[in-house]
Design a binder for this molecule. Structure first.
Ligand code: HGY
Ligand code: MN
Ligand code: MN
Length: 422
């Protein structure tokens, strides 16, 4: 029996979602911009709010050692221990929009709420997961919560300090969890029937196609690293230009080389970003002796990404030799290009078509928890149109109508998925 929300129900769901995202978006460590860091007091407040919504939707709620909030619903018709996993993250970047992450959690909660209300008979249970660390805004690691659920948590990341020197291990204990409980967060392979994530597109394609929803074909691989350039601090007024070992001028040359090299792989949709840079000692009248900066590089194919990194390293060494500097690269994050499960893509496309909408298929340039969950079980993503393609920015926006459609498509996907599960 199809229980997909009709047009009236869709708009009510969209309006409810908008109200929830506004309420959640107000939980921030700063009054004038949205910052919600992993295992912070704001994460705790957001988790408590979401747990209340999950209970109100008919789910039982638990939390794992990395603070992932799990809403569990098992219809009477469920057999065995399989669960469909639905999730996204509730941590944010600095000065974030309120849709990147929370949209997927809210859509999952409202979809289950609708299924419970309609007494849907599914052969499996559903877990809705609110991950606490996808952005990597607090620690160098990223995707830590979904990694624990997927059973691939990297214990080395426990030693990573945040900007105040608090390690991930300490932050977990301060949050009230136990590091020793992390392995219990992992799903058994025969428990996870599949994973689906609803996420704002964060790009301009759906808007350009005049389509509210899209099906993700693959999530591009990414490499993140820290580069340290060492020169010699000196007096800004007395050291002649040819005698300088200026770490910031050298870094600037390397940063431009990063941009130039990434542009040369445009056929591979390569993008490279230097998002953070700090120069020391950081005085106006002192030649910088030490510079640290980040590189985030992504590309549609892993081979091109690796080739570009090799070229960047070589160019950096050439600049260092010419300027008598030292340069070191410290990689700290890598995810491979992750295809989404073809059979789940087709179920999502069919669900969108059942709603009378055209399903656009597109790759994701942004990273997502889905690329980690794909290591556990078949994974898929449903994209929601993003106004102007603007994201990682407070102007980020998805309309209540599109969100209502996305929740309806998610419900329809669940029904179609159930038909494939004996
Ligand atoms: O950076 C990303 O791609 C994601 O938003 N964390
Ligand atoms: Mn993001
Ligand atoms: Mn995200």
């Amino acid at each position: 029996m199809m229980v997909s929300p009709n047009a009236t129900e869709q708009s009510a769901i969209g309006a409810r979602a908008e109200a929830m995202l506004l309420e959640l978006g107000a939980i921030s460590s700063e009054p004038n911009r949205l910052i919600r860091l992993f295992l912070s007091p704001e994460h705790r407040r957001a988790a408590d709010l979401i747990a209340g919504w999950m209970k109100e939707a008919g789910m039982t709620v638990s939390e794992d050692a990395l603070g992932t909030v799990r809403g569990y619903w098992r219809p009477q018709s469920a057999t065995g221990k399989r669960r469909l996993l639905i999730g996204s993250h509730i941590d944010t970047v600095i000065d974030a929009g309120r849709y990147d992450g929370p949209l997927g959690v809210v859509a999952g909660i409202l979809a289950v709420r609708h299924l419970v209300a309609r007494g849907a008979a599914l052969p499996f249970a559903i877990d809705v997961l609110a991950f606490g660390d996808e952005e990597g805004s607090r620690f160098r690691s990223t995707l830590a919560s979904s990694s624990a659920c997927a059973g691939i948590f990297d214990n080395a990341s426990l030693a990573f300090p945040d900007r105040n020197g608090v390690t991930l291990a300490q932050a977990i204990e301060i949050y009230g969890k136990k590091v020793s409980d992390i392995p219990m967060a992992a799903y058994a392979r025969d428990e996870a029937a599949g994973y689906v994530e609803v996420h704002i597109e964060q790009g301009p394609v759906l808007e350009a196609e005049n389509c509210p929803l899209g099906v993700v074909t693959a999530i591009v691989g990414q490499s993140r690293m820290r580069v340290v350039v060492l020169g010699e601090a000196g007096h800004a007024g007395t050291v002649p230009m040819p005698m300088r070992h200026d770490a910031l001028a050298g870094s600037a040359e390397i940063v431009l080389a990063v941009e130039h090299i990434a542009k040369s792989y445009c056929a591979d949709n390569m993008v490279a970003t230097v998002g953070r840079i700090e120069a020391s000692p950081g005085a106006t009248n002192v030649i910088p002796g030490r510079v640290g900066f980040s590189i985030d590089l992504r590309s549609a194919t892993d081979a091109m990404r690796k080739a570009a990194i090799e070229r960047i390293r070589n160019e950096a060494q050439r600049v260092a030799a010419a300027r008598r500097l030292q340069v070191t690269f410290e990689p700290f994050h890598e995810t491979v290009t992750t295809p989404c499960a073809p059979h789940l893509q087709e179920l999502l496309a069919g669900a969108i078509a059942d709603l009378g909408q055209r399903a656009v298929k597109l790759p994701s340039g942004a990273g997502h928890d889905a690329q980690i969950m794909a290591r556990l079980c078949p994974a898929a993503m449903l994209f929601v149109r993003c106004r102007g393609g603007v994201s990682h920015n407070p102007a980020e926006y998805a309309s209540p109508a599109d969100i209502g459609l996305a929740a309806a498509a998610l419900v329809r996907f669940i029904e179609r998925f159930a038909e494939t599960q004996t």
